[in-house]
Design a protein around this ligand. Structure first.
Ligand SMILES: C[S@@+](CC[C@H](N)C(=O)[O-])C[C@H]1O[C@@H](n2cnc3c(N)ncnc32)[C@H](O)[C@@H]1O
Length: 367
């Protein structure tokens, strides 16, 4: 990293409108001015990009255009949006690579729109951003903590003083969202981590069991248990019954911040769990996980992490605000997680490489 005096000088110069005007007349200054203008405009207009994507999802445009490109008139008939107004959405979506303009006033899928098809996980996330968007209408109130947030009602455990009073209705919506978005995470984790040397797994905070089911499909010999808060465990049990998996996957109701888990397991997994909690609760969960490990057992910790690379920066910006709106937790760098893991009694922590760290990174720890 450049030394501090460099940043101080750069910031002093770039903060001056007259310096910017002069610099723009030089070739390098012009390149920089264009770059900064583009990046700032992308941030300033990002909220529009989000809503263009949401509109495409709500209008089912990616699915409609999957078989072949259609004309604006055909799309207007399919979406019931007046043609002259729809034209604006189609053009904006094409500018964002969600759609692609074709000849004779037709639109087809763009590379990003095509990637939204058969992508239940991202679609579910895009749709649930609606509630988050409402929380962001007064962003300063959100940061100041002076407004109730929809996100904290959705994620009922984040602000609950005790989880004892949570009912099924309090956990149903987030459990559904987690289940719909789990497949992309499980794929990443299971390609990075092998259960070959393990006989048993407990997935703490395993929701309705989507990760456990993916593990069961890949590792048929592994004994698998899902543990989550009692009302979530009820949903998981029902889901196992519905799919005839009640003998294959065990479900227990627990609060991982208080009390032990019965039995020990070769692998304890925490998938998208620790970032939801402030350090004190995160430590309690890690200690519970450690106590549940059999001799030679491993902790599998998978979640999106903050980092200096593009994926890490995007995760940082997203989860810093998301988790604040939710009411607890923060995105952590792998170094911060390693420190927490050491404090919870783990001595060796290794990173397993995932294909798309934007979706999840993986740490494996041993006591
Ligand atoms: C973000 S969701 C992740 C669910 C699942 N692991 C996944 O990735 O799809 C967090 C899960 O942790 C559970 N959870 C939160 N606090 C908990 C606690 N104290 N003890 C046990 N589970 C908890 C929630 O009920 C929820 O199912």
């Amino acid at each position: 990293m450049a030394p501090a005096p460099f940043f101080n000088l750069r910031n002093r110069l770039l903060s001056s409108a007259s310096f910017r005007r002069k610099a723009e007349k030089l070739p390098f200054g012009q390149w920089l001015a264009r770059r900064h203008a583009g990046r700032l405009f992308r941030i300033a207009g990002g909220f529009i990009h989000t809503q263009v994507l949401l509109s495409c999802v709500r209008l089912n445009l990616f699915e409609i255009l999957r078989p072949r490109p259609l004309t604006t008139a055909e799309l207007a008939a399919r979406t019931q949006i007046p043609e002259d107004r729809l034209r604006h959405l189609l053009a904006a979506a094409a500018a964002l690579d969600l759609l692609k303009r074709r000849r004779r006033d037709r639109f087809g899928l763009g590379p990003l729109g095509a990637a939204m098809n058969e992508n239940e996980a991202v679609t579910a996330f895009v749709l649930h951003h609606d509630a988050f968007y409402q929380d962001l209408i007064d962003p300063v109130a959100l940061f100041a903590g002076t407004a109730e947030t929809r996100m904290s009602s959705l994620w009922s455990y984040a602000t609950a003083r005790t989880t004892d009073n949570l009912e099924r209705d309090d956990v149903r919506a987030y459990t559904k969202l987690m289940s719909e978005s789990q497949s992309m995470v499980a794929e990443q984790v299971l390609d990075a981590f092998s259960f070959a040397e393990s006989k048993s797994l407990i997935d703490i905070g395993g929701g309705s069991g989507a990760f456990a089911k993916a593990v069961a499909a890949r590792w048929p010999e592994l004994a698998i248990t899902v543990a989550d808060l009692p009302p979530v465990a009820d949903i998981a049990r029902q889901s196992m019954l519905d799919e005839g998996l009640e003998r294959r996957i065990d479900v227990i109701g627990i609060d991982a911040t208080s009390g032990d888990i019965p039995g020990t397991y070769d692998v304890v997994s925490l998938v998208r769990i620790i970032h939801d909690h402030d350090d004190d609760r995160a430590l309690q969960i890690l200690r519970t996980a450690r106590a549940a490990l059999s001799e030679g057992g491993r902790l599998l910790l998978a979640e999106p992490m903050a980092a200096r690379n593009l994926a890490g920066v995007l995760n940082d910006a997203y989860f810093q605000v998301y988790l604040l709106a939710m009411g607890s937790g923060r995105p952590r760098r792998s170094g911060e997680l390693k420190r927490l893991l050491k404090e919870a009694g783990f001595s060796s922590v290794k990173r397993c490489k995932t294909r798309v760290p934007l979706i999840t990174s993986v740490l494996v720890a041993r006591p």
